[in-house]
Design a protein around this ligand. Structure first.
Ligand SMILES: NC(=O)c1ccc[n+]([C@@H]2O[C@H](COP(=O)([O-])OP(=O)(O)OC[C@H]3O[C@@H](n4cnc5c(N)ncnc54)[C@H](O)[C@@H]3O)[C@@H](O)[C@H]2O)c1
Length: 448
């Protein structure tokens, strides 16, 4: 069904090249923010999450009036998975009270489900009249989205309905808010471009010799990535039809734990996911290195991925907020990426630092064994983005976190717990390296 939807929607874009540039009917002018000195009113949807919390404090620190909107579903998923953030994280009310105590700045918090509580969302937007809305509030783990029928359906319902509710609420509230959405590099697919991946759009010549500028073809690798492609189509439509201003940030894998601001006090500590579903590759490897068990590399480790440090995520969002597209323009798209790395090279880098070896196990994911990834981030760099690289000293921060809290880790949870299809599940089950990994993880857990 999703495939049909995507094919139809992309086909439509190809058939109507001029449509993407058509100016929408202008909405009635809404009152603009009355805040002084360039400060803005900003809603941060998903502001209790790994990227959302450091971004909320970063924007508050810059003098913006920030309201976090979150239904705390990520914390509920921790309970469902029998796992928890490696770092102890305080409840949102405790976090924002600590922020107030330390800085004198106020962050508001509204517990609201963006995907299910449409009326409350529209009222909130009418009431706050935000200048910008940063949208992180989605189920963000590709493995979790492949876990089973329940998780697949939840990911689509939550992410696509949430994004659509936001767009339609902005229109209904007659609000001029600029939406800054966190998308993913995974919308382009890995290894399919045959050259540098541009920032969002490609110039093509259509049959009949007509020039057009269209979205880069979508090639999602999981249900999660598919929802981000569907989001992109919703943005195209609402920008064209209603003049909603949208920036879609195609972000790489975010690494690091704390920023300078969340390091100020233990009550501000950011979350650190290490489990097979939510833990990204670097976190899982560093966790295993801290426990002194082999790092589990999927397949040949030949997958190339894009990375960005959490502090850079916050800075990029600030840059995006400060540079909204014009009303009626196509959604702005940036590749929010600092660098690309091959997974086995990351394992080697950690191995050199820690002496812990890598173990290659059957890949739970349906993906190309090896891929190149050449990504343009020129537009972002032109706006002042100076990326932090994995080689920089900040790498040590994550190592320190895994060492400090390793007694909170459940070692068996680091191993893959979701499989892209039955064949991949059987291959992992039959893999003796995988069985060895289970034994090492169990041994690391002895005495805990
Ligand atoms: N972490 C990464 O490496 C990464 C990489 C690329 C893109 N992104 C994108 O950035 C965004 C944030 O990622 P993250 O790592 O902070 O994820 P996260 O799961 O830590 O945070 C998401 C937050 O959104 C909230 N949320 C989810 N659905 C909601 C709903 N219906 N209503 C209200 N709140 C809801 C969750 O409770 C959680 O606090 C996601 O959209 C993700 O796709 C993340």
């Amino acid at each position: 069904m999703l495939r049909v939807l995507l094919t139809l929607a992309l086909g439509e874009a190809l058939r109507a090249p001029g449509a993407l540039r058509a100016r929408p009917a202008r909405r009635a002018a809404a009152p603009v923010s009355m805040m002084a000195g360039g400060a803005k009113k900003i809603l941060v949807l998903g502001g209790d999450g790994f990227c959302g919390w450091p971004t909320a404090v970063h924007l508050s620190d810059k003098g913006h009036a920030v309201t976090i909107v979150d239904n705390l579903s990520r914390r509920d998923i921790d309970t469902e998975l029998g796992c928890d953030s490696l770092t102890p994280i305080a409840h949102p009310e405790v976090r924002i009270a600590a922020w107030k105590e330390l800085t004198g700045k106020t962050i508001d918090f509204v517990n609201l489900d963006v995907a299910k509580e449409y009326d409350r969302l529209e009222s909130l937007i009418k009431d706050k009249r935000p200048d910008s809305i940063v949208h992180f509030a989605e189920q963000r783990a590709a493995p979790y989205s492949q876990k089973g029928t329940k998780q697949k359906r939840y990911t689509v319902d939550n992410n696509v309905c949430g994004t659509h509710n936001l767009l339609t609420a902005v229109v209904e509230a007659d609000c001029c808010a600029h939406i800054v959405h966190l998308g993913t590099m995974g919308v382009y697919g890995y290894g399919t471009s045959g050259g540098e991946i541009p920032e969002g759009y490609i110039d093509v010549v259509l049959p009949g010799g007509r020039d057009s500028r269209i979205l880069h073809p979508a090639y999602p690798g999981s249900v999660y990535h598919t929802t981000k492609c569907l989001d992109a189509l919703l943005f195209q439509f609402y920008a064209k039809n209603d003049g909603v201003r949208v920036t879609d940030l195609h972000q790489g894998i975010v690494w690091g734990t704390n920023t300078d601001l969340t390091s100020m006090d233990p009550r501000l500590t950011n979350r650190f996911d290490y489990d097979g579903d939510y833990g990204t590759v670097l976190n899982r490897f560093l966790m295993q290195a801290a426990l002194n068990v082999p790092m589990t590399v999927y397949g040949t480790g030949g997958q190339t991925r894009a990375f960005i440090h959490i502090s850079d995520t916050c800075k990029c969002i600030e840059i995006a907020i400060n540079n909204p597209p014009a009303e009626g323009a196509q959604p702005e798209i940036f590749n929010q990426v600092a660098e690309t790395r091959r997974v086995r090279d990351i394992a080697e880098l950690i191995s050199k630092n820690t002496g812990v070896e890598a173990r290659f196990l059957a890949n739970p994911r349906q993906e190309a064994a090896e891929n190149e990834l050449d990504v343009s981030n020129r537009k972002f760099r032109a706006l002042g983005f100076e990326p932090t690289k994995l080689n920089d000293a900040l790498f040590e921060e994550v190592q320190d976190v895994t060492q400090k809290y390793k007694d909170r880790c459940i070692p068996t949870k680091i191993l893959p717990a979701s499989f892209w299809n039955k064949k991949r599940a059987q291959e992992v089950a039959a893999d003796k390296e995988a069985r060895g990994a289970v034994d090492s993880a169990a041994a690391a857990g002895v005495g805990r």
